[in-house]
Write a protein that binds this ligand. Structure first.
Ligand SMILES: Nc1nc2c(ncn2[C@@H]2O[C@H](COP(=O)(O)OP(=O)(O)O)[C@@H](O)[C@H]2O)c(=O)[nH]1
Ligand SMILES: [Mg+2]
Length: 314
């Protein structure tokens, strides 16, 4: 479901500036300082891709294809190298499963309440992202209810409350230590009786290695299904863009407990390692739906492969 259509190119560019500095500047410098095109340049480019967290396999594939294409073109100019590399990188993103589902608003009107469960490890950006999503859905004209199923941390309620106020949506909370499933139960019942369009469920950060927490997630899902048979409609895994390879581990482990319908990659603004988006796209069956490019409420954007590449090479 990509109902946001929320892409501000300048903000995207600004948000990706650290990765852009590393990638694009590194690439142009590597090419400019060489008098002739040779294998050394390609090695250097591959190194830059790898240190931007694009991942070894994906970087090698991109360079392999770039080399082949340059030989085919028989053009070794700096411009040709950059544009070929850019195209090969774009191909990686475009070949990934993208969010091509345009029937979003139909989904929401026929699946009321449309229930979105947000999961991930501690500090990934779940609560912040829920605030941003709530804000965007509300702005798009939907009624939104947030359920605070992170009953683990004492400060969790307060943090989510602040976001709910910012987004101007209602929230259901219980005391710290309450059963998260009971919050979910109550939230969905209220949403049903109030005919709410969208429910967002925040959860406690859980390590995939902690089996009791993963069990809790299964219970949350079971309870959801009892109140609203079609729920959850979406399960979004929120991952920190700084976590590199670990993103793939998290996606794999969470997938074992629940089917994930989308990834949200946060904190791309704080890292030069935004190349992880390529690695995820190349190796994941789960589409990237949204990206976080800042801490503010407007800083969540739809993930668009073409725009993403343009922002890096602009
Ligand atoms: N710079 C930046 N910070 C973010 C982004 N998303 C979340 N954060 C920060 O990451 C920290 C943890 O976020 P939080 O939502 O509490 O994570 P949670 O534990 O998964 O709920 C907070 O300080 C957020 O402000 C983002 O897209 N960019
Ligand atoms: Mg949280």
């Amino acid at each position: 479901m990509a109902i946001l259509k929320n892409i501000n190119f300048n903000k995207l560019k600004q948000g990706l500036s650290k990765t852009k500095d590393k990638l694009f500047t590194g690439i142009t410098e590597a090419i400019s300082t060489k008098a002739v095109f040779d294998e050394d340049i390609l090695d250097e480019l591959e190194e830059i891709l790898i240190t931007s967290d694009i991942g070894m396999d994906t970087a090698m594939k991109i360079i392999h294809n770039t080399r082949a294409e340059l030989y085919y073109l028989n053009d070794r100019s700096k411009e040709a190298i950059i544009s070929t590399l850019k195209n090969e990188m774009k191909t990686v993103l475009l070949n990934a499963i993208q969010n091509t589902d345009n029937s979003d608003s139909t989904d929401i009107s026929t699946n009321k309440p449309y229930v979105i469960l947000v999961v991930g490890v501690n500090g990934a950006g779940k609560t912040t992202t829920i605030g941003k999503l709530a804000y965007n859905y509300k702005k798009a004209g939907y009624s939104v209810l947030i359920g605070s199923a992170d009953t683990f941390r004492a400060a969790a309620n307060e943090q989510l409350d602040i976001w709910a106020k910012r987004a101007d949506v209602e929230i259901v909370q219980k005391e710290t230590g309450a059963d998260p499933s009971s919050v979910v139960y109550e939230t969905l019942n209220i949403a049903k009786s109030e005919n709410t369009d969208i429910v967002l469920i925040d959860t406690a950060g859980r390590l995939h290695t902690k089996s009791n927490l993963m069990k809790e997630l299964e219970k949350i899902k079971t309870v959801m299904g009892k109140v609203v048979p079609h729920a959850p409609n979406e399960v979004y895994l929120v991952v920190d863009g700084n976590s590199g390879q670990n993103v793939l581990v998290q996606a794999r482990e969470f997938s074992k407990v629940t089917e994930l319908t989308g990834l949200i990659v946060t904190k791309l603004d704080g890292t030069a390692k935004g190349g992880v988006v390529f690695q995820i796209s190349a190796q994941q069956k789960i589409p990237i739906k949204y990206i976080g490019v800042g801490e503010k409420i407007e800083d969540l954007q739809d993930f668009d492969a073409s725009k993403f590449i343009e922002a890096l090479f602009d």
